[in-house]
Design a protein around this ligand. Structure first.
Ligand code: HEC
Length: 255
């Protein structure tokens, strides 16, 4: 009994550290470890990557994106882990920029990842995926959930000169749903939103607004230009005519 027991112990211990080991041996030469999102943003947005000189997404960027973009993050966790592991295995063996989840503006600084085919085993990939998945859960979530959605919207706004419209809501907000159903879907409103705005919904009961913005009222509509200036911050539920006026006012304030 005894040898078997100690063997099991070893296996267990192996599993705990193996993912990290694989990362350090086979991924860390390119993918740096945890760097706070604020630093990463500063690096790319203000310094054209001269600050950190990253050659690949950092481990927390990978972890965050994989968890957000692959499969259903809110669904069954075991299934989600499998989906993420499947993506990682596939990507590492057959990297493909088209499949990459990185933002274009960040990707321009990176070469396509070389395939690690033959250099890493299926077991190692599984272990390293789990390691990436579990990485710094708290800190990665804390400074990037949704925020990243805003970041992406901002990138998009810079490219398209559209205005970001943040809809601050909560799930059980009656007037939010009412507006969503009765006003935002109106053709005139929807067309204008589509043409000149990037909409971003933020549930303020679970997620902080970007730029240190605050609002207690839902819905609130916050309009932000491509330079992250707040153009308008308007709480309340509106009818179609008034809401169209608000959109036009935001347009007038945009320069
Ligand atoms: C020689 C450098 C290098 C090594 C080694 C490397 N990568 Fe990458 N990896 C990159 C670069 C550069 C990118 C970004 C460009 C791209 O997606 O191809 C990337 C992208 C990725 C992506 C896709 C990210 C996305 O947002 O879509 C995953 C997943 C990934 N790497 C996992 C790994 C894992 C796991 C390892 C270790 C087993 C590893 N990489 C080793 C350079 C590397």
């Amino acid at each position: 009994m005894k040898p078997l027991f100690s063997m099991l112990l070893c296996v267990g211990m192996l599993f705990g550290t193996e993912g990290q080991e694989v990362y350090e041996k086979k991924c860390a030469s390119c993918h740096q470890g945890y760097i706070p999102m604020s630093k990463i943003k500063e690096n790319f947005l203000d310094h054209n990557n001269t600050l950190l000189k990253l050659t690949a997404p950092t481990l927390n960027q990978l972890s965050y994106r994989l968890k957000q973009r692959i499969g259903d993050p809110k669904g069954d966790n075991d299934i989600h882990r499998m989906e993420v592991a499947a993506f990682v295995s596939e990507y590492v063996l057959h990297p493909d920029r088209e499949k990459s989840l990185c933002l274009d503006d960040v990707m321009q600084y990176f070469q396509t990842m070389p395939s690690l085919k033959g250099k890493v085993t299926e077991e190692e990939l599984e272990a390293v995926s789990a390691y990436i998945y579990d990485l710094e859960k708290e800190s990665a979530e804390e400074d990037s959930v949704q925020y990243e959605g805003f970041e992406q919207a901002l990138q998009q706004a810079k490219k398209t000169h559209k205005i970001i419209m943040i809809k601050a809501m909560t799930k059980d907000c009656h007037f939010c749903r009412k507006m969503e159903r009765e006003v935002l879907v109106e053709k005139e409103v929807a067309d204008l939103l589509e043409k000149d705005f990037i909409s971003l919904t933020i549930d303020i009961s679970t997620t902080e607004l970007p730029l240190g913005l605050k609002t207690e009222l839902t819905p609130s509509f916050i309009f932000i230009d491509e330079n992250a200036n707040v153009l308008l911050n308007i709480p309340g539920s509106w009818n179609k005519t008034d809401f169209l006026e608000i959109l036009k006012e935001a347009k007038r304030k945009q320069r």
